[in-house]
Design a protein around this ligand. Structure first.
Ligand SMILES: Nc1ncnc2c1ncn2[C@@H]1O[C@H](COP(=O)(O)OP(=O)(O)OP(=O)(O)O)[C@@H](O)[C@H]1O
Length: 287
């Protein structure tokens, strides 16, 4: 079942000459993780803003085509209802903390409090998310005194507690160190396992290759390549589209050029290891 359907969507920001999105059509299926990649200024954030209803509810501009969320056009959704249907996490962990709460626990519960959720239920749901993300040690801390990685995990908790089935995540690790990045991807993976539909804008293509079911490459407002992750990253022409390839895929292409092709272009480390180990067994057997 598709939860988001874009049909021939074009969009131009107010006062802008150029369309930021051009004739975009794609269906996002329930429970899948979609990696969105491409060069800077291609339109990835604009696509996120469209799906979460900021376009056209906040940004006016010129919008044509259909944008359906759970079968209903974004133009017909009330923006506050759409905001709880789609959870949104963005790149700057520092601007995602409200600044009005003194403990991490209260910060995570804030969205539920704003919705007027019953206190007992609010505490119960917050405790569940704290446990899920292993944030027990942080709950009494002041959210304003956390590191970037800790803030991003609290931002995820604040969204997860709302129980949205669709999550739009825009470059969540761009300001994080490798350790915090790994923690954030573990959370994203767990959310996918729970059946959430996830749109993830991410420049780190090796992580997209590990976790995404499908990948969309966006260049100058158009989807130029899209499909199952292994198929998309096997295409070397991605490099001409302003996107990069996971290092193992580059290795696969190099080996093919050197006349030693693997059975298929690997896009994950596991697949590369398996194929290279298989090749070594074969070589040793041949000696
Ligand atoms: N509020 C705005 N008003 C006018 N034009 C905008 C606005 N926001 C973005 N744009 C333009 O729309 C185009 C797409 O921008 P967008 O931020 O969606 O790209 P992106 O792929 O997310 O880039 P990045 O990887 O740098 O975040 C760019 O040409 C950008 O200058």
């Amino acid at each position: 079942m598709n939860v988001i359907k874009l049909q021939n969507v074009s969009y131009k920001y107010p006062l802008s000459e150029e369309f930021a999105l051009k004739e975009i059509s794609y269906e996002f299926q329930q429970g899948k993780l979609y990696g969105i990649i491409g060069a800077n200024g291609g339109g990835k954030t604009t696509l996120c803003n469209l799906v979460r209803g900021l376009i056209p509810h906040f940004y006016q501009g010129e919008l044509s085509g259909e944008v359906l969320v759970n079968g209903k056009d974004v133009r017909d959704w009330e923006s506050h209802v759409l905001a709880t249907t789609i959870g949104f996490i963005f790149q700057n962990p520092f601007s995602q903390i409200s600044g009005v709460k003194e403990t991490v626990f209260e910060e995570i519960a804030l969205g539920l409090e704003n919705l007027g959720v019953d206190k007992e239920e609010m505490i119960e749901r917050t405790i569940k998310v704290v446990k899920l993300l292993g944030l027990e040690e942080l709950i009494k801390r002041n959210p304003n005194n956390l590191s970037g990685g800790q803030r991003q995990r609290v931002a995820f908790a604040s969204i997860i507690v709302m129980n949205s089935d669709i999550l739009v995540i825009d470059e969540p690790t761009s300001q994080l160190d490798p350790e915090s990045t790994a923690e954030v991807f573990a959370i994203i993976h767990a959310l996918k396992e729970q059946g959430k539909t996830i749109m993830l804008v991410e420049h780190k293509v090796d992580l997209v290759a590990e976790f995404a079911d499908e990948v969309l490459v966006i260049e100058e407002g158009r989807i130029v390549i899209a499909g199952p992750t292994a198929e998309v990253f096997a295409k070397e022409e991605l490099l001409q589209k302003g996107a990069s390839l996971p290092p193992v895929a580059l290795l696969g292409h190099e080996l093919a050029r050197a006349g030693q092709p693997l059975d298929e272009i690997p896009v994950t480390i596991a697949s590369a290891k398996e194929q290279i180990a298989g090749r070594m067994r074969w070589t040793n057997g041949g000696n």
